[in-house]
Design a protein around this ligand. Structure first.
Ligand SMILES: [Zn+2]
Length: 170
């Protein structure tokens, strides 16, 4: 269960719309002892800017990783979070005594369900998370499949299985 304030809920939709047809991504944080999201971090999707002049910002190792993926995988992953912004957000959470509640990203043409690649990426994060002993984040997906009626769903991804978790707007 995840409870998201209206302002953050609306901002995730605005974020998704501003990057459509590219996907947006970000993080949601809150206190460890309840279900309330209290803070949102918009994170730059480096894939959304790959063909633009900002290309020079991204390190070569990261680009090499992307080039190793099969064409299907590349088409399926439509976001990759900027690593520097991600670590800045984690630092800010620690500073405010917050924990990572969820990652979010948008699907611009498909339902708000994790793709196979979303599940694969979540499982890669799981192995890293276990080492760092962090709480397990949920995965929130904003679907713009029906442009006028965005859908937001939350998922727990465990052992390569995605299970829907209730999400409320408060
Ligand atoms: Zn996805």
């Amino acid at each position: 269960m995840l409870s998201i304030p209206t302002a953050i809920w609306e901002d995730m939709i605005a974020h998704a719309r501003s990057l459509d047809p590219n996907e947006c991504c970000g993080m949601l944080a809150g206190r460890a002892d309840d279900n309330d999201v209290t803070k949102q971090y918009r994170i730059t999707n480096i894939l959304a800017t790959l063909h633009e002049t900002e290309l020079a910002r991204f390190d070569q190792a990261k680009l090499a990783d992307l080039q190793q993926l099969s064409p299907e995988e590349r088409a399926d992953i439509a976001f990759q979070m900027d690593a520097h912004e991600l670590s800045q957000a984690q630092k800010d959470m620690r500073h405010h005594g917050l924990t990572l509640k969820a990652f979010y990203h948008s699907h611009t043409f498909s339902p708000a369900r994790p793709s196979n690649t979303d599940i694969k990426i979540a499982m890669e994060f799981e192995s890293y998370r276990a080492i760092l002993n962090l709480p397990q984040p949920l995965h929130v997906i904003i679907s713009l499949e029906k442009k006028a009626h965005p859908v937001i769903l939350a998922w727990r991804i465990h052992d390569s299985q995605a299970t829907e978790v209730s999400v409320e707007r408060r």
